[in-house]
Design a binder for this molecule. Sequence first.
Ligand SMILES: *Cc1c(COP(=O)(O)O)cnc(C)c1O
Length: 241
Amino acid sequence: MSSQIDNPVDDLRSRIGLVQEKIYEAAVRAGRDPGEIELIAVTKSVDARMIELAGQAGIKTVGENRAQDLLAKRPLVAAPLRWHFIGTLQRNKVRSLIGRVELIHSLDRISLAEEISAQSTAAGVSTAVLVQVNLSGETTKQGLAREQVLPFLEKVSALPGLCIKGLMTIAPLGPPAGAREVFQAARQLAEQVKREKLPGVEMAHLSMGMTNDYETAVEEGSTMVRIGTAIFGPRSKPAKE
Ligand SMILES: *Cc1c(COP(=O)(O)O)cnc(C)c1O
């Protein structure tokens, strides 16, 4: 047996290295600076011990998609990680997350923006968020449709305690061409928003790309790829998306 299998940190390190190599190559292919792409290890259904090891193996940022899981695991992990929230967020979970997450990727409705704003203001902090957009037209996916994004931003950009940093999207499963179209549409939308120069709205980040499509996402301008399976292996139980 190879030492890679015997030592979980080495095993993680080599998987992470492979992903980083592919991010690097995709960035170079697209004439981009590989340093502007952040790898987020998606730790849904990964236990705290494994997250700790991922930290030792070089991961700096992790993404959780359930508030309860994030709150349960975070105190058990000593590694100095940044925690991002990437899943569907219920209003009643917002308070528990404020101050405990560096970035929320999934802002998709006014009532949620208002709650993040109110709880952040009460806690005396500012919360960074990405607006989740649904550009594939799949009704099963969360996120605002393209034409909803500007009116939405005009409404929420004035809210205190809320800092809009960019867009997040999930591509449809299927052939890479479909994902590429969605990623291109996200980048174009971000550029369109940028031209509006809305106060309090930055388009510094595009969170897009998962295990099956992150190389395409990097070629199309992603600054944050969210990778679970390629780092931790297939999930045994289907985690709630
Ligand atoms: C699970 C999940 C990911 C990671 O998916 P993989 O295919 O395992 O890389 C990324 N983003 C979100 C929002 C997720 O829920």
